[in-house]
Ligand binder design. Structure first.
Ligand SMILES: [Zn+2]
Length: 422
C-alpha cells in the first residue's frame, strides 16, 4: 500500500510547484504588482511551520488519538489546560501550558489585596502532580497550572502603654504627685505592612494619678518673674542688665544645652542673686517621653548648671508646660519640684505675630496679678527684643503698684499662707 505523504511534505510540494508556476508567470507577464505577489502560492510555504501554531490547533480527542484521518508524524495528543491539543513530541510542560502559573496575592486578614502577585508562586501540574516547567510531556498527559496561594500579611501583637489621666486637687502653679496611679496597657494587633490595627484588647486598666496643686501667698505683695528657654547671649544679657538696674531678682528656667555653651551668663545670674532653674536639656520632652528620658534631661541640665555656677537646680518646668504622670514622677525622682505659671505674658506670641511690647505688658498687668503669682517670659528661643522692652515697663508699673519680686524658693519658703487642698 502506498504511504500517504505527511502534511508538511505535502505543503512543501505545493509550495515548490507554486514557486515554479510563479517563476513562469513572471517571465510571461514581465511585471508583477504587489497585489499579485500576495496571492502567489509561494506564501503557502511558511504557513503551517511554527511549533506554536501546531501546538495551538485544537483537535477532537478521537482525531488527536489517531482514530480518524491521516497519521500525524512527530505530534502527540495531550490535554493542555483542559483541552485536547497536538504538540510536538518532546514538548515541555511550560510550552504546553502556554501560560506562566499566576502567583497569589499578598492580602490583609480580611482578604483585601495589598499587593497583587506578591503571594506564593503559581505551580505547573503534570497529571495532577506538581512539577517544574521543564518536565517532559508524554502522549495523553494532562498539563495544567494552579494559582499560588495568597499570603496573609503578618500580624504583629504589641503591648502599648496608655497614659493615665491626672486628677488635680487644688489650684496654683506648683504641682506635686500624690499618687502615681498606673498607666494602662492594651494589646494591639497590627498588620506589619499596612500598619492597620485589627483589634485591641485592654490588658491593664489605667489608674489615674492624683496631683496636688499649690499656690503660695506671701505676707507682702510679691510676684515671681520667670524666664524660659535661655540663656541667650543677647537677650539674657540685656535682661540681667535691666534686673540689676531695677534691683529685681528673677528665676531662669534654662535649657541645659544653653547653659553648657554660655556658662559665664549662668555664673553672672547666680552672682546677682537670681534663681537658676531647670527646663530640660534640649526642649524635647513631651507627652510621650519616658520617665528615664525625662530624668536624664533634668539631671543633665542640673549638672551643667552646677558646673557653671556651683549649685544644682531644684525647680523644673517641663517644656511647653506639658504635664504627665511620668513627668511629675521623673522630676520628683530627680529631686525637683514642678512649677508652671499663673500668667503667661505671651511674649512668644507677640514676637511671632509682630505685635508690640504693649501687648505683652497688657497680658501681664491687665488685670494686675494676684499676690504670689508666677509670671512667664522668655529670654531665649527666638527674637526677644519685645520681651526686654516689655519687661522694663512691667517691672516699673508693678513697683508703682506696690509689688515686690522674689524667687520661687523665697516664695515657697517664706509664704504666710498657701492654698493647699485638704
Ligand atoms: Zn520652653
Amino acid at each position: 500500500m502506498r504511504k500517504a505523504p505527511s502534511r508538511s511534505s505535502l505543503l512543501l510540494t505545493i509550495g515548490v510547484c507554486g514557486a515554479v508556476v510563479g517563476f513562469f508567470l513572471s517571465i510571461g507577464v514581465g511585471v508583477i504588482t504587489a497585489r499579485d505577489a500576495a496571492v502567489l502560492p509561494e506564501n503557502a510555504v511558511s504557513l503551517p511551520m511554527s511549533i506554536a501554531q501546531v501546538a495551538g490547533v485544537p483537535r477532537q480527542a478521537g482525531e488527536a488519538a489517531g482514530l480518524t484521518g491521516a497519521p500525524k508524524l512527530s505530534l502527540m495528543p495531550v490535554m493542555a489546560m483542559g483541552r485536547w491539543v497536538e504538540v510536538p513530541l518532546g514538548s515541555r510542560v511550560a510550552a504546553v501550558a502556554g501560560v506562566v502559573p499566576p502567583a497569589g496575592d499578598l492580602v490583609d486578614v480580611e482578604g483585601a489585596v495589598l499587593e497583587a502577585g506578591a503571594g506564593m508562586a503559581g505551580r505547573y501540574l503534570l497529571n495532577g502532580v506538581e512539577c517544574w516547567g521543564g518536565a517532559l510531556v508524554h502522549p495523553s498527559d494532562a498539563v495544567d497550572v494552579v494559582r499560588g496561594d495568597d499570603v496573609v500579611e503578618t500580624i504583629a501583637v504589641e503591648a502599648r502603654t496608655v497614659p493615665q489621666d491626672l486628677l488635680f486637687k487644688g489650684a496654683g502653679p506648683f504641682f506635686a504627685l500624690k499618687n502615681a496611679g498606673c498607666p494602662g496597657v492594651v494589646e494591639v494587633r497590627r498588620g506589619e505592612l499596612t500598619g492597620e490595627i485589627f483589634g485591641t484588647e485592654e490588658k491593664v486598666r489605667p489608674k489615674p494619678a492624683s496631683v496636688t496643686r499649690v499656690r503660695y501667698r506671701p505676707r507682702e505683695k510679691k510676684v515671681v518673674l520667670t524666664l524660659d528657654d535661655g540663656p541667650s547671649e543677647k537677650y539674657t544679657s540685656a535682661i540681667l542688665d535691666l534686673l540689676k538696674a531695677e534691683g529685681v531678682r528673677a528665676v531662669f528656667f534654662m535649657l541645659g544645652r544653653n547653659v553648657a555653651t554660655r556658662p559665664a551668663l549662668v555664673k553672672r545670674m547666680a552672682a546677682e542673686g537670681h534663681e537658676l532653674a531647670n527646663h530640660g536639656y534640649s526642649h524635647v520632652l513631651d507627652e510621650t517621653s519616658s520617665q528615664a528620658d525625662i530624668k536624664a534631661e533634668i539631671e543633665r541640665t542640673s549638672r551643667a548648671v552646677k558646673k557653671a555656677a556651683g549649685s544644682p537646680t531644684v525647680w523644673f518646668r517641663p517644656p511647653g508646660g506639658v504635664l504627665t504622670a511620668d513627668i511629675l514622677q521623673a522630676a520628683q525622682a530627680a529631686g525637683h519640684r514642678v512649677v508652671l505659671w499663673d500668667i503667661d505674658s505671651e511674649d512668644w506670641l507677640a514676637a511671632r505675630d509682630g505685635l508690640g511690647a504693649a501687648a505683652i505688658v497688657d497680658s501681664v498687668l491687665d488685670p494686675l496679678p494676684a499676690n504670689g503669682s508666677v509670671l512667664l517670659f522668655h529670654d531665649g528661643g527666638g527674637n526677644r527684643c519685645l520681651t526686654v522692652e516689655a519687661l522694663a515697663t512691667v517691672i516699673r508699673r508693678l513697683k508703682a503698684a506696690g509689688y515686690g519680686f522674689c524667687t520661687l524658693s523665697e516664695l515657697a519658703g517664706a509664704a504666710a499662707t498657701y492654698d493647699y487642698p485638704s
